[in-house]
Design a protein around this ligand. Structure first.
Ligand SMILES: CC(C)(COP(=O)(O)OP(=O)(O)OC[C@H]1O[C@@H](n2cnc3c(N)ncnc32)[C@H](O)[C@@H]1OP(=O)(O)O)[C@@H](O)C(=O)NCCC(=O)NCCS
Length: 196
């Protein structure tokens, strides 16, 4: 089955977007859950994304050790690939658990909410594949993961200098609940969506 980008599922995805000038672009990608075999590809993808951001404040990739730890916790690491099997989109979604990355308290929720709150830990698309709806698809897919695992809230951090990403979250019903310094020295908006 081919999913359109506006639907949510893994496998073949047809991204079909029209910009404000009426220019329509379609693109077929393939989305799947990653395994440890994808570790090098994920690290290379993060490096590429970081290389091409206009400001290194914007993107926070994860280290090799962090990624290995996430695989050990069975976190959902979802990637989209092009027809040549090159990674072009990445979502790292952490199910509700008590870990340093949990954003419940940053999102002004209570300690009791920690085990009800999931995190979009990484979300990015390849510089050559921007504006095709990849981030929007990955946000929607993370909301589905949150719903499926019974999370009450989904959260993420977004740089205030990242208007496209922020707008994509706002369009998907996330709200900004706080601004604070994260990842040692990076200013971040904490965004929250109530799932149930
Ligand atoms: C921010 C980011 C994830 C957006 O990804 P994306 O897949 O291009 O976003 P989508 O295609 O789903 O979103 C489309 C919207 O973003 C806008 N957009 C963002 N970057 C764009 C680009 N380079 N070219 C065209 N449109 C772009 C489009 O205008 C579109 O909005 P519109 O429909 O109102 O015109 C991507 O630029 C990226 O990976 N940046 C570096 C890492 C990062 O900032 N991650 C987010 C951390 S919170």
């Amino acid at each position: 089955m081919v999913f359109r980008g506006s639907e949510i599922g893994l496998g073949e995805i047809l991204f079909d977007v029209e910009n404000h000038n009426g220019i329509r672009k379609t693109f077929k990608g393939f989305a799947r859950r990653c395994s440890l075999d994808d570790l090098e590809a994920i690290l290379n993808f993060q490096e590429l994304v970081d290389k091409y951001v206009s400001n290194h404040e914007l993107f926070q990739g994860r280290s090799r050790d962090d990624l290995i730890d996430m695989f050990a916790h069975n976190d959902d690491i979802i990637a989209v690939f092009n027809k040549d099997n090159m990674m072009i989109g990445l979502l790292i979604y952490l199910r509700p658990r008590n870990c340093e990355a949990n954003l419940a308290l940053d999102a002004k929720l209570t300690k009791d909410d920690i085990l009800k709150t999931s995190v979009i830990h990484v979300i990015a698309s390849h510089p050559d594949y921007r504006g095709l709806g990849l981030q929007r698809y990955l946000i929607r897919y993370s909301d589905k993961l949150a719903k499926d695992c019974g999370a009450a809230y989904n959260t993420a951090t977004v740089s205030p200098l990242n208007p496209h990403s922020l707008q994509n979250f706002l369009d998907k019903d996330y709200v900004v609940v706080q601004q604070k310094v994260k990842y040692n020295s990076k200013l971040r908006l904490i965004v929250l969506k109530k799932i149930v």
